[in-house]
Ligand binder design. Structure first.
Ligand code: MLT
Length: 238
């Protein structure tokens, strides 16, 4: 992703990877995972695993959308059930999504967004009343449609629910119009998208349905130090 980490320093950042990293992270925290530890390489997984208590730690992630050898979980949101993740620390490594989150680690506020937690994200931004940047994880440094439409939906919904005056850059303007044109049927959008077609080909078509369920999870993952926790848990701890 063509972004310099220092560009994101002290900013409010929304990271989007609809298929599927955002949706898996939101689902895991919604089902009671203690924390998600985003990393961008396997070496970090090994290093962190050795420093944490094995019984309460899971290694999760994918390469080419398939589970990484030796890991406990892949990147299908359906795998992150309460039974498996409750109370666990999850070391999370994916191709685009976790890398984008790691890039934003110097941000003032970093939240993870997908279609499943849209309103939770918009509520945070409406309350924060501050400039924000949306980072679309994309696909190996390339544009991906579903992330852009989700970004557009967040902006359109924020304009609807708040009196915020949203001044957008060209990418933002493009995203809001993509949402207006292609956002009418999110499941169809995901089925037609490049990564959606690939996921269906390799047997993950059910994931598209789950990732398309707008506002199915009212959980907002926020970066808290170097780990992601749900906004609810962070508030309970403070
Ligand atoms: C990613 O982070 O690259 C994606 O979530 C990959 C995937 O679909 O598993």
């Amino acid at each position: 992703m063509l972004l310099d980490e220092m560009q994101l320093k002290d900013k409010t950042i929304v990271v989007i990877d609809v298929l599927r990293a955002s949706t898996s992270v939101i689902t895991a925290l919604h089902h009671g995972a203690k924390e998600i530890i985003p990393v961008s390489n396997v070496e970090s997984v090994v290093k962190i695993s050795s420093s944490l208590f094995g019984g309460l730690t899971l290694r999760a992630g994918e390469r080419n959308a398939k589970i990484i050898e030796g890991f406990n979980l892949g990147n299908s949101p359906g795998e992150y059930t309460e039974e498996i993740v409750k109370g666990k620390s999850i070391i999370f490594l994916t191709t685009n999504g976790s890398a984008a989150i790691v890039k934003g680690r110097h941000a003032k506020n970093l939240m993870v967004a997908g279609f499943v937690n849209l309103s939770a994200v918009v509520s945070f931004l409406a309350e924060a009343q501050t400039d924000f940047e949306i980072i679309c994880a994309g696909k190996e440094n390339n544009f991906c449609l579903e992330d852009a439409v989700c970004a557009g939906r967040i902006i359109n919904k924020l304009i609807d629910v708040s009196d915020l005056d949203c001044l957008m850059d060209d990418a933002g303007l493009a995203a809001v119009s993509l949402d207006k044109t292609l956002g009418k049927n999110i499941h169809r959008l995901l089925k037609n998208s490049e990564h959606g077609r690939y996921l269906s080909e390799i047997g993950f078509s059910d994931d598209l349905k789950v990732c398309a369920e707008v506002d199915s999870l009212d959980t907002l993952p926020l970066l808290n130090g170097s780990v992601l926790r749900s906004q609810k848990n962070i508030r309970q701890q403070s």
